[in-house]
Design a binder for this molecule. Structure first.
Ligand code: ADP
Ligand code: ZN
Length: 529
C-alpha cells in the first residue's frame, strides 16, 4: 500500500526532498519542472543519467491528476514502478505482461484518482479501450519517454510513436513532454514536428561528459591490447567490456580470467540465475570487469564504473555514446577505450546487407556506421567530433587520445582534390551525381560495366587515384564527409561538394588524414607526390 501524498505536494522542491530524498534539482531540472507545473509543453534533450525522470515525476506529483508516462521499455516498467512505490509514490503500469484482473485493478485505481503516475506502452495507447479509459480520468502531464523512437531516421524507430502526435487533440490542456537522450539536430526537429509540440520550450542539456577520456585505436592484437588496457587501470577499478556476440563475450571473459582479471560474462543466453549473480557481484564488489553484450547496462545504476571498453565497433555514434556514458557517472575520471578493425566493418556491412528491410533503411544503417568510423578516424578532438554529432559545438578538449598525443597524419589534399574534381566534372559536363562506390571505381580506374556504359573511362580523372586502395578511398571519403568538404544527398547518398569543398579545391585548406586507419595496419600510405 502506498503512503498518502505529503501535505507540501504543491512545492516542487519539497516534493524532491520528501519523496525522492534529493536536496537540490540538477542542471535544467528546476526550470523544466517549473515550466511544466505551470502547464507548458517541453522538449527535453538530456544525456543518459542526466536525470530526466525527475522532470516529469515531480510535476505529476505537484499537479492534480495522474501523470501518464509513455515508454517502450516494457522490461524496465516493473522496476521503475517498484522503485517509485518504495518512495511512497502511487505508481502503476499497463502493458502486455499483465493479466486481465491486474489490468482491471490498475484501471480502477486510475479512475478513482488513486494514481500519481501511470506507465503505458505506446501500443497500448493506440488501443481504443485505453484511450477511452484515459478520457474518463484526469491527467496531470503526459511524458513521452525515448521520444527519438518517433524518428524514422533513427535505429529505434517505432511506428506506434507516430500515433502520439494526436495526443494534444485528445487531451487538450494537459502539458506534454518529449524526452530523449539521443538527439541529433534532425531527430530534435522530427520530435518537435511529429509529436506536434510547436509551442514547447526546448531544454537542451550539454551532452559533454568531461570526466570521460576517449581513446580509440586500431586492432592489431585485440586480446593483448585489451589486457594491456585493463591492467593499466588502477587496482579495484570496475569496468565493462562490450562485445557484439555471445561467443566473443564468453571467450573474452575466459581469457581475462586466465590472465588474473576478475572478469564475468553477461549476455541474454546465460541462465537467469547466473546473470543475476554476475550482476550482483559487479554492483557490490570492487574491481569486477563485466564482459557483456550491449544488453547489459540499461537501467543499471553503478556510478563508479571506471572504464568502458569496446572490442567490437558499435553500430552507431548514439550507441557508442550511450555505452561509454555508463562510465564515470560519479564525475570522477573514467576512460572509454575502443579497438576497431577492418573485420568489424566487413562484418557489419554484411549484416546490413543481409538485414531484411528496404534499401533506404539499409542506407541509413550504412550512414550510422560511416559516422561511427569517421569518429574513429578523425585527426581532431574525439569529444569535439562526438558533440558535433549531437549538434553541440565545442573546443578541443585536452582529454582524449587525439588531443593528448597528436596522431600521425599524411596530407590528403591531393586525393581530396581528385575526388572533388570528379564530382564537379560529372555535375558540370554530364549533369550526373553518384555515390561513393562508383566515384571510387572511376578514381581507381576500374573497368566495371557501369563505367563502360556511362563512358566514365573518358573522364579526365579516370584512374588518377589508383595509388590508393579501395579502403583508403573509403576512409578519405568518410573524413571528407565528417568535415563538410563533401556532403551525401538523398536516398542513394550521392556525393556533392560541401561548404568546405571550395577551399580544398583551391588548395587553401589542408586535409590532414590519419595514418593508422583501416586497411593500412599502421603502414605508410602509398601516396604519389
Ligand atoms: P535519465 O533518465 O536521464 O537517464 P535518471 O532519471 O534515471 O536519468 O537519473 C539518473 C540518476 O540520477 C538516478 O540515479 C537518479 O536517482 C539521479 N538523480 C536524478 N536527479 C537527481 C538530483 N536532483 N539529485 C541527485 N540525484 C539525482
Ligand atoms: Zn579532445
Amino acid at each position: 500500500p502506498a503512503a498518502p501524498r505529503a501535505a507540501s505536494a504543491s512545492d516542487p522542491k519539497a516534493v524532491l526532498k520528501e519523496v525522492f530524498g534529493y536536496d537540490e534539482f540538477r542542471g535544467d531540472q528546476a526550470d523544466i519542472v517549473a515550466h511544466v507545473v505551470a502547464g507548458g509543453d517541453a522538449v527535453v534533450l538530456m544525456p543518459t543519467g542526466g536525470g530526466k525522470s525527475i522532470t516529469y515525476q515531480v510535476p505529476a506529483l505537484v499537479r492534480p491528476g495522474t501523470g501518464l508516462v509513455i515508454s517502450p521499455l516494457i522490461a524496465l516498467m516493473h522496476d521503475q514502478v517498484d522503485a517509485l512505490r518504495a518512495n511512497g509514490v502511487r505508481a502503476a503500469y499497463l502493458n502486455s505482461t499483465q493479466n486481465a484482473a491486474e489490468r482491471a485493478g490498475v484501471e480502477q485505481d486510475f479512475l478513482d484518482g488513486e494514481l500519481d503516475l501511470l506507465y503505458v506502452a505506446p501500443e497500448r495507447l493506440s488501443a481504443p479501450a485505453t484511450s477511452a479509459l484515459l478520457q474518463r480520468g484526469t491527467l496531470s502531464v503526459i511524458a513521452i519517454d525515448e521520444a527519438h523512437c518517433v524518428s524514422q531516421w533513427g535505429h529505434d524507430f517505432r511506428p506506434d510513436y507516430l500515433a502520439l502526435g494526436d495526443l494534444s487533440a485528445r487531451f487538450p490542456g494537459v502539458p506534454r513532454m518529449a524526452l530523449t537522450a539521443t538527439a541529433t539536430r534532425a531527430t530534435h526537429q522530427e520530435i518537435t514536428e511529429r509529436l506536434r509540440l510547436p509551442d514547447a520550450r526546448h531544454f537542451v542539456a550539454s551532452f559533454d561528459r568531461p570526466n570521460i577520456q576517449y581513446r580509440i585505436e586500431p586492432k592489431v592484437d585485440p586480446r593483448r591490447q585489451l589486457l594491456q588496457f585493463v591492467r593499466a587501470q588502477p587496482a579495484g577499478s570496475a569496468g565493462i567490456v562490450y562485445a557484439l556476440s555471445r561467443k566473443s563475450v564468453e571467450q573474452t571473459a575466459e581469457y581475462l580470467r586466465t590472465q588474473g582479471v576478475d572478469a564475468l560474462p553477461y549476455h541474454a543466453g546465460l541462465d537467469a540465475a547466473v546473470r543475476a549473480h554476475h550482476q550482483q557481484r559487479f554492483l557490490r564488489e570492487d574491481g569486477v570487469v563485466m564482459v557483456a553484450t550491449i544488453a547489459f547496462g540499461m537501467g543499471i545504476d553503478k556510478p563508479d564504473v571506471r572504464f568502458v571498453a569496446h572490442i567490437d565497433l558499435p553500430k552507431s555514434v548514439e550507441g557508442y555514446y550511450q555505452e561509454t556514458g555508463r562510465a564515470g557517472r560519479d564525475g570522477d575520471p573514467a576512460i572509454a577505450w575502443m579497438a576497431y578493425g577492418l573485420g568489424d566493418v566487413v562484418q557489419q556491412r554484411r549484416l546490413i546487407d543481409q538485414s531484411p528491410g528496404e534499401r533506404s533503411y539499409k542506407m541509413r544503417l550504412g550512414q550510422h556506421l560511416d559516422a561511427m568510423l569517421a569518429l574513429c578516424e578523425t585527426v581532431s578532438c574525439r569529444r569535439q567530433n562526438l558533440l558535433a554529432y549531437f549538434g553541440q559545438s565545442s573546443e578541443p578538449c585536452g582529454n582524449c587520445d587525439t588531443c593528448l598525443d597528436s596522431p600521425d597524419t599524411w596530407d590528403g589534399l591531393v586525393p581530396a582534390q581528385k575526388l572533388l574534381s570528379t564530382i564537379v566534372r560529372l555535375q558540370r559536363e554530364r549533369n550526373q551525381a553518384f555515390g561513393a562506390g562508383h566515384l571510387v571505381d572511376i578514381l581507381r580506374g576500374a573497368s566495371t560495366e557501369r563505367i563502360r556504359q556511362q563512358g566514365h573511362d573518358a573522364l579526365a580523372t579516370y584512374g588518377l587515384g589508383a595509388d590508393l586502395s579501395d579502403q583508403d578511398w573509403r576512409s578519405v571519403i568518410r573524413q571528407l564527409l565528417a568535415r563538410g568538404v563533401i556532403v551525401a544527398r538523398g536516398e542513394y547518398g550521392v556525393l556533392a561538394v560541401g561548404d568546405e569543398g571550395a577551399a580544398v579545391l583551391r588548395g587553401e585548406s589542408p586535409v590532414p588524414l590519419r595514418r593508422d586507419v583501416l586497411g593500412r595496419g599502421g603502414g605508410a600510405p602509398r601516396v604519389r607526390k
